[in-house]
Design a protein around this ligand. Structure first.
Ligand code: NAI
Length: 342
């Protein structure tokens, strides 16, 4: 099997070559992202391997299908960048449902602690031999209320971490986790009672812009928002207004709704055209990391291993338990019957 690998970063190559060699799956590594212009690079391959900011829309799917490609191996969990509905009946889509939920949950807590204890400010000060504590007053997490939106794998680990800090937990999920001991509330209650809100749900039509100009007013004054999930869960302009009006206390963002052409690349020395992002970054109470939450060595190993296993399972059996199919939703039906989605 030969796969064209898009949006390659240096840290991808070693684990993918290692697991690929073991299973006779070859990768051609392209730095460019997959989109309508670059899809032609996939000609002659059996499939493409893509990440969060590659584009797998209808036009790309048509091109891939014309080249005889019938498999898209996502090396990530989220799939909002794939038109799964359009792909049905044309091309098989696999993903990596879990590679290290700890990596993301721990990063969310790292961002929160950095923000509230001003670690980023302190680091810069002491590097300059400035040992003043002025303006570095934080607050205790103990006794604060964390509102968790999405209590799947990552959300539940983040809840456990917060419990370790002695925080109270409330949560909102479209499908509550049974026997989890989690206190579920409606979204408005979560918005009004949470000192900290952390997003761990997928980006869908329903969750798009959950934080917007209307819901910002429902938030508790001084709330800290953490988003390690997908950027478009938050309307960035509404967030900016909430920060400027001092209603939102701080934001920790690992994702940004317009990140696809910016994140993962070095723009130092360039002028950024995105005024909203530039203004967000300029705020003293906003921390931005560049979709980094997944990036641990454990996660990279697991991503490569599962992606290669997905490819091999599909090529050998015509079945892959991590196939995404809009028709059977969570793929449970196909899993039970161990058959292809179409
Ligand atoms: P998961 O599938 O285990 O959990 C997602 C949860 O969201 C589920 O409990 C589901 O019921 C819930 N949900 C679905 N629709 C909802 C809605 N309309 N409202 C509220 N909750 C809803 O997924 P997991 O592994 O916990 O990942 C969560 C998200 O984290 C992914 O969708 C992905 O976008 C993001 N992610 C970010 C990474 C990063 O590097 N920043 C890395 C990996 C994932």
């Amino acid at each position: 099997m030969k796969f064209a690998f898009f949006d390659t970063k240096q840290y991808d190559i070693e684990p993918f070559e290692k697991y690929g060699q073991k299973k006779n799956v070859k990768f051609k590594f392209y730095e460019t992202k997959l989109n309508e212009d670059t899809a032609k690079l996939a000609k002659g391959f059996d499939g493409v391997c893509v990440f969060v900011n590659d584009t797998v829309n209808a036009a790309v799917i048509d091109k891939l299908q014309n080249y005889g490609i019938n498999a898209v191996a996502l090396r990530c969990a989220g799939y909002n960048n794939v038109d799964v509905r359009y792909a049905f009946g044309k091309i098989h889509i696999f993903h990596v449902p879990a590679y290290s939920p700890y990596a993301v949950a721990e990063h969310a807590m790292a961002l929160l602690l950095t923000s509230i204890r001003r670690i980023h400010k302190a680091y810069n000060r002491t590097k300059e031999f400035n040992f003043s504590l002025s303006g570095l007053t934080g607050f205790d997490l103990h006794g604060k209320t964390a509102g968790i939106i999405g209590t799947g794998k990552i959300g539940q680990i983040f809840i456990d971490i917060c419990r370790g800090f002695g925080m109270n937990i409330i949560a909102y999920d479209k499908f509550s986790a049974e026997n989890s001991g989690i206190e579920y509330v409606d979204l408005d209650t979560l918005f009004s009672e949470s000192d900290i809100i952390s997003f761990h749900c997928p980006l869908t039509e329903e969750t798009h812009h959950m934080i917007n100009s209307v819901t910002v007013d429902k938030l508790k004054k001084g709330v800290i928002i953490i988003n390690t999930s997908r950027g478009a869960l938050i309307d960035s302009s509404a967030l900016l207004e909430g920060i400027k009006s001092r209603h939102i206390g701080a934001a920790c963002l690992d994702v940004y709704e317009e990140e696809s052409d910016i994140f993962f690349e070095d723009f130092s020395g360039h002028i950024i055209d995105d005024d909203t992002l530039a203004r967000l970054i300029s705020m003293p109470n906003i921390i931005v990391t560049s979709h980094q939450a997944f990036l641990t060595s454990e996660a990279l190993e697991n991503i490569a291993k599962t992606t290669v296993e997905n490819i091999v399972a599909f090529s050998e059996n015509g079945f892959c338990e991590n196939e995404l199919c809009y028709r059977c939703g969570c793929i449970e039906d196909c899993k039970k019957e161990r058959k292809r989605c179409f």
